[in-house]
Design a protein around this ligand. Structure first.
Ligand code: AMP
Length: 199
């Protein structure tokens, strides 16, 4: 199963992504987490990424794509993966499409986590991450609207949206049900008959 999880900051994306990966036994590929690990370790990549992250800006595509490509070449991703935070622009999605097509793969589902603005703001302020300054939060929000929203149209045929408000476990059940129904209803090229029966 190859899945992308999308949502505005504060939608609970990271929490739900980690639980989905446990439940589905697929690796969690979070570009934000990989960048943060590099910042903490003080690598060259971390030093370069930090100035963009602190400003809430996107790290340049060539840097981000090279990092994702290297991660997708690791063998634990052969049976599937969950992408979190990448792609977040249409050009990144087009690039990823090319990389996956080379292996005759595609994304099976794009899960959108939705929540009303009031809830999002409350959660953002409560999160307390180092790069969560007011300026960075508003910059990320603006970028989400201008760069990431067009992704939803790009992925319209594999998109499934769920309500991200509620207890973590309940949202997780919604996410699993939504992914199952999406996979059941789509004609996946690997065509697992057991999966289509569960729709
Ligand atoms: P996140 O944890 O997904 O909010 O990502 C934290 C920060 O990492 C973002 O604000 C960006 O600076 C950077 N980042 C993560 N994913 C990407 C991406 N796909 N493209 C560019 N920059 C990214």
């Amino acid at each position: 199963m190859r899945v992308l999880i999308v949502g505005p900051q504060g939608a609970g994306k990271g929490t739900q992504a980690a639980l989905l990966c446990d439940n589905l036994k697929i690796p969690h590929i979070s570009t934000g987490d990989i960048f943060r690990a590099n910042v903490t370790a003080g690598t060259e990549l971390g030093v370069l990424a930090k100035k963009y992250m602190d400003a809430g800006d996107l790290v340049p595509d060539e840097v981000t794509s090279a990092m994702v490509k290297a991660r997708l070449e690791e063998s634990d991703t052969d049976g599937g993966f969950l992408l979190d935070g990448f792609p977040r622009t249409v050009p990144q999605a087009e690039w990823l499409g090319g990389v996956l097509h080379e292996k005759n793969h595609d994304l099976d589902a794009v899960l959108l986590l939705e929540a009303p603005d009031e809830v999002l703001m409350e959660r953002r302020l409560a999160r307390g991450r180092a790069d969560d300054t007011t300026e960075a939060i508003s910059r990320r929000l603006a970028l989400y609207h201008s760069e990431t929203t067009p992704l939803l149209e790009h992925y319209a045929n594999v998109l499934v949206a769920i309500n991200g408000v509620g207890p973590v476990e309940e949202v997780q059940q919604r996410a699993l049900a939504a992914l199952n129904s999406k996979l059941g209803s789509s004609d996946t090229s690997e065509g697992d008959p057991e999966q289509s029966a569960s729709a």
